[in-house]
Design a protein around this ligand. Structure first.
Ligand code: ZN
Length: 275
């Protein structure tokens, strides 16, 4: 069974929920580490002959078009992660539409291909931002991967596996974050902080179990900055600091183990939207 492998392509300072550090007029002052960090991810993918979907920030694509071309040249899918990494509940529908249009324009001009996929910053499609799916489909996006079936983020009643959702512009696929059912709750474990906390054997065995018993693909996600233990630190609240930096050195060995033990593909291939 193929599982979905995804990379949210952003730099070390693209952190949601900061104070003034998050203002994008400050971003040009920060050191760019995204190309070097992404190269570490690409080298691992090459070593294990794995291909992934890269959800690219429009801001990064505009600054580093050669990086986007290099990723595409290695057979990975290029999708979008918004332009300025703003969570949807902080945007109006009109502002979101502008952000999406700009992201698609920048990325498709680099790849000369239509953009099919989207992931919201910090998984921010919730019950109050479901209008985003209409906007995405209107602009040709065929799948979204932003809905988490969790109580603290997203919405606990969201479906746990890929499914189609109707919009006025046609159906759109949703590939949610993979979770486990544990004591009536859904538990994330396949990316970000949950991947850094969970023991490796637990992650790999639970993905294999979802494949075997539910006949469903899992979804793994990483960020290039999680491969960079020496990154500068953004000023954050205590809980945000924990979320962002805890056990960051464990990402690379866990990711490498998953590449060795599981079979992966870009999201659009798993959903049958083209090779
Ligand atoms: Zn992000």
């Amino acid at each position: 069974m193929l599982n979905a492998l995804t990379v949210d392509l952003e730099d070390w300072y693209h952190v949601c929920g900061t104070t003034d550090n998050a203002e994008h007029d400050k971003w040009p002052e920060y050191e760019s580490r995204v190309t070097r960090n992404t190269e570490r991810v690409l080298a691992l993918l090459r070593r294990y002959n794995s291909r992934a979907t890269f959800f690219v920030l429009g801001y990064i694509a505009e600054k580093e078009p050669a990086l986007i071309r290099a990723i595409r040249a290695e057979g990975h899918e290029i999708a979008i992660h918004g332009y300025y990494h703003q969570r949807l509940f902080e945007l109006t529908r009109a502002a979101f539409e502008d952000d999406i249009k700009r992201s698609i324009e920048v990325v498709s001009a680099i790849t000369n291909e239509p953009v099919l996929g989207y992931r919201a910053p910090e998984w921010s499609i919730r019950t109050d931002t479901l209008w985003a799916l209409d906007v995405l489909r209107k602009h040709g996006i065929m799948y979204d991967s932003s809905m988490v079936p969790l109580t603290r983020m997203g919405e606990r009643s969201f479906k746990r596996f890929p499914h189609e959702i109707k919009t006025p512009y046609g159906d759109i696929w949703e590939f949610p974050l993979t979770t486990l059912r544990v004591f009536q709750e859904n538990l994330p474990f396949t990316g970000g902080l949950p991947l850094r906390i969970a023991p490796y054997w637990y992650i790999v065995s639970k993905i294999k179990r979802i494949n075997a018993t539910m006949n469903q693909p899992g979804l793994v996600y990483v960020h290039p900055w999680e491969f960079d233990a020496e990154q500068p630190r953004i000023e954050l609240t205590l809980s945000r600091r924990f979320m962002h930096y805890f056990n960051v050195r464990s990402t690379e060995p866990k990711f490498e183990g998953l590449l060795r033990q599981l079979k992966f593909a870009p999201v659009k291939e798993i959903l049958g939207l083209g090779a």
